[in-house]
Design a protein around this ligand. Structure first.
Ligand SMILES: C[S@@+](CC[C@H](N)C(=O)[O-])C[C@H]1O[C@@H](n2cnc3c(N)ncnc32)[C@H](O)[C@@H]1O
Ligand SMILES: [Zn+2]
Length: 370
């Protein structure tokens, strides 16, 4: 069957959603990732215009149907599509041809490929964890590394032991789980990059439905890599009252007892505690979302949210807090006004419709809004 999105038409053998990835016979194609792909093109356009003099080389490392590579080629990038599955690279080649676009395709294990080839931008989109591909990717990518991670259960601590094994960190299953997953992924990525004296800086990141998508700007240099390591640390969290605090450093110094309600706390980390996105970059991305994109409305809304989102290392969910207090939630606008009127900076966050960020403690929030 043929699928059209973002100005290209591609042949796909079947459509599968994220939950069924890794299963089935044909080459994988997930129509629900269109938002992810629309934003990829907008990020690539932004990168080409603000960080370099036009498009460069782009590796669609796990190309499957080649849809990402085809869309990147359509945006002017010099594209290579690789996949370990020859049916996938054959399909990607046909899909480039059918859109009259140039591009290389190669059946290969991308881990081997990335030690012998370099690209300005590398895009990783594996089934399951991205960890087995990170070392090679930081060797083969020179400017930007794009990662889609769909293994959200290990990342956010719902599959605790798997998360510990894969990410070399302790993720906790909190009520801000999409951000826990995001910061666990970023922690492992930043630490892997630093091993090669590469500083990885997230410029655009979103946790959407069942995946985390991040774009890491890459800089060479030991001291810059040290600066990124300095942005790792730990989050202490109380599952009774949702109090939380964070501390920078690789040596944990946990607060055992919640200062707000005296219950035992849990500690997660090392997590990335720095910004997960650059607000002005998010605005540039929004301005490059085009009406030809099928998910333009959602993409622009997400960028607007990111442009305004504060960088506190964790978010709260207003409904979770009110539920915990045994009170009825109020409208988000009124809620944020009450918080700001009490002197606490606050923003919405992209993690959910009732989520917000503030440096205020859970006690200060309660005093401000009840
Ligand atoms: C989730 S799919 C990619 C989807 C595609 N990027 C898209 O946007 O539709 C994962 C792909 O990774 C490929 N793959 C798995 N291990 C690989 C490896 N070591 N090297 C290259 N490709 C690999 C699989 O064959 C599969 O086609
Ligand atoms: Zn507590």
């Amino acid at each position: 069957m043929n699928v059209s999105e973002g100005g290209v038409t591609i042949e796909v053998s079947e459509t599968r959603d994220g939950a069924s990835e890794g299963t089935g016979e044909g080459v994988f194609f997930n129509p629900t990732q269109e938002l992810n792909r629309d934003l990829t093109v907008a990020v690539l356009d932004t990168w080409a215009e603000t960080e370099r003099d036009g498009p460069g080389t782009y590796l669609d490392a796990m190309c499957a149907s080649g849809v990402r590579g085809v869309r990147a080629a359509n945006a002017g990038w010099d594209v290579t599509c690789t996949d370990i599955d020859g049916d996938a690279t054959d399909l990607a080649a046909r899909n480039l041809d059918r859109n009259d676009l140039a591009g290389d395709t190669e059946r290969t294990n991308v881990n081997a490929h990335l030690y012998e080839h370099h690209y300005d931008v590398v895009d990783l989109d594996p089934f399951g964890t991205v960890v087995p591909f990170l070392d090679a990717a930081f060797n083969g990518a020179s400017e930007l590394l794009c990662i889609t991670a769909t293994d959200t259960a290990p990342l956010c601590g719902a599959h605790f032991k798997s998360g510990v094994r894969k990410y070399g960190a302790v993720p906790r299953n909190t009520e801000f789980h999409p951000e826990m997953g995001t910061r666990t992924l970023l922690s492992a990525s930043v630490r892997t990059a630093a091993r090669y004296d590469v500083a990885a800086t997230p410029v655009f990141t979103h946790a959407t439905s069942h995946y985390v998508r991040t774009y890491l700007a890459l800089d060479s240099g030991a001291s810059k890599a040290n600066d990124r390591i300095d942005q790792l640390g730990y989050v202490d969290w109380c599952n009774h009252c949702y109090w939380r605090d964070h501390e920078y450093g690789l040596i944990a110094d946990p607060t055992d007892e919640c200062p707000h309600c005296d219950h035992a706390t849990q500690t997660a980390g090392p997590l990335w505690l720095g910004p997960t996105h650059d607000q002005s970059f998010a605005a540039e991305v929004r301005d490059r979302v085009t009406d030809a994109m099928g998910e333009a409305t959602k993409a622009r809304r997400l960028c607007n949210r990111l442009e305004a989102e504060r960088h506190d290392p964790t978010h709260y969910d207003q409904h979770e807090l009110y539920g915990n207090w045994g009170e009825s939630a109020i409208g988000m606008a009124d809620f944020l006004d009450a918080l700001r009127d009490a002197g606490h900076p606050a923003s919405r966050s992209h993690y959910g419709g009732t989520t917000f960020k503030t440096p205020a403690s859970v006690g200060e929030i309660r005093d401000a809004v009840l």
